[in-house]
Design a protein around this ligand. Structure first.
Ligand SMILES: *Cc1c(COP(=O)(O)O)cnc(C)c1O
Length: 408
């Protein structure tokens, strides 16, 4: 008989032997004290830690406006949405949120999904069904959720070298002129922190008759005068046909969405299985996201503080000889280049210094490009940075990891 147990064991052991077995930190976020949290160790004892790798980039997950809106809606409407959007799950706060999101990105309509992953997977799969023969041009570093959607669609796809518009143009030029085409890419790439050339990509799309699909998951709330993303910052909102974002990172809550022309949104709403057949987000959650988005729109100083914190941390690491990688964004990656080292440094930072930063290993980044990825927020103080840089400096010496000249 088949030995199921052995197969699962082998699967885990393979991951362990490659040094990329993941252990999650058991944390309790403390509202009002972000980025501080209480860690519970395996033996049940507790430790206060500073979280340096949260995607709650602006601390909106603890903002009084968000908590207040969630609490009020929970009291008013109850816990769950009660069904799929088709069957009883369309709640008023979801409808209001979609209108707010559409306006934010200057689109006619928006559509909520249960997460950004689902938004990408469902929409990209569905576009290939709505547009038979669609050829998808996908950046080589696109997120797993985009790749899943593009693959599930089953149509022709071409991968272009990361942010390489010459390569993209060569691929576009080689495709039949009258075929439907879609360029799928991100604005801020969250592992390297680089930013795509939106205007250049849009020009190519116009030249070759392609649609543009932009993932702004790591930019929404963070870039542009009202926080609508890099497309707003760069003044090219109109050149993006479909924008996809999360409500789980800078917005601080949970959920995902697309925004686009009403006709596109209506088609996806009518065809996407990942939208149709799943219970919609709870009303308290959509109300919290709505309050968060309204706050983010009105508070550009949060974005300024965020950029200042990231620039300061980069400069402080560089001054200490820590190999901080070049990044055009708020992401602060530090190169380690070895999965065992990355995990060891991360473990020691946590246990001995109360610094929580998760190692980033394959398959999230290529083998040999393992790193630590810091995401300072406006809530990370100078004193927290002092502690972090001192701890990193000690560990870099202790673990004998390469210093600055090895910057990738
Ligand atoms: C996190 C992430 C997603 C998925 O968003 P969730 O709301 O967390 O499911 C999509 N795209 C990118 C680039 C991401 O980093």
């Amino acid at each position: 008989m088949y030995d199921y147990k052995a197969a699962f064991k082998t699967a885990v052991e393979q991951v362990k032997s490659e040094g990329r077995y993941r252990v999650f930190a058991d944390l309790r976020r403390v509202r009002g004290q972000f980025p501080k949290a209480i860690r519970r160790r395996a033996d049940g004892s507790e430790q206060e830690v500073v979280v340096w790798c949260s995607n709650d980039y602006l601390g909106m997950g603890q903002h009084p406006a968000v908590i207040g809106a969630m609490r009020a809606e929970l009291e008013a409407a109850g816990a769950g949405a009660g069904g799929t959007r088709n069957i009883s799950g369309t709640t008023r706060s979801a409808v209001d949120l979609e209108a707010e999101l559409a306006a934010w990105h200057r689109k006619e309509a928006a559509l909520l999904f249960t997460s950004g992953y689902v938004a990408n997977e469902a929409t990209l799969t569905t576009l290939q069904r709505i547009l038979p023969g669609l050829i998808v041009f996908s950046d080589s570093l696109n997120h797993a959720s985009m790749i899943a959607g593009i693959r599930n669609g089953g149509g022709e796809r071409h991968i272009y070298a990361h942010n390489d518009l010459e390569h993209l143009e060569a691929l576009l030029a080689a495709a039949p002129a009258d075929a439907p085409k879609l360029i799928a890419f991100e604005s801020v790439y969250s592992m390297d922190g680089d930013i795509a050339d939106l205007a250049g990509t849009i020009t190519l799309a116009e030249t070759y008759g392609a649609m543009t699909y932009l993932d702004e998951v790591h930019a929404v709330g963070l870039y542009g005068a009202t926080g609508a993303g890099v497309a707003e910052r760069d003044g090219v909102l109109d050149g993006i046909d479909i924008v996809e974002c999360t409500l789980g990172k800078a917005v601080g809550v949970m959920g995902g969405y697309i925004a686009a022309d009403a006709m596109i949104v209506d088609a996806v709403r009518s065809w996407a299985a990942g939208f149709i057949f799943t219970t919609s987000l709870p009303p308290a959650l959509t109300a919290g996201a709505l309050a968060s988005v309204r706050h983010l729109k009105a508070h550009p100083e949060l974005r300024e503080a965020h950029q200042e914190r990231a620039a300061t941390l980069k400069a402080r690491f560089a001054a200490a000889g820590i190999p901080v990688m070049r990044s055009e964004s708020h992401i602060v990656p530090v190169f380690v280049g070895d999965p065992v080292h990355a995990k060891m440094i991360s473990d020691l930072l946590l246990e001995e210094h109360g610094v929580y930063v998760q190692p980033i290993n394959y398959p999230t980044v290529p083998k040999g490009a393992e790193r630590l990825r810091f995401t300072p927020s406006p809530n990370h103080t100078d004193a927290m940075m002092d502690d972090l840089v001192a701890a990193m400096d000690r560990l870099w010496t202790h673990c004998n990891v390469a210093r600055l000249p090895a910057v990738a």
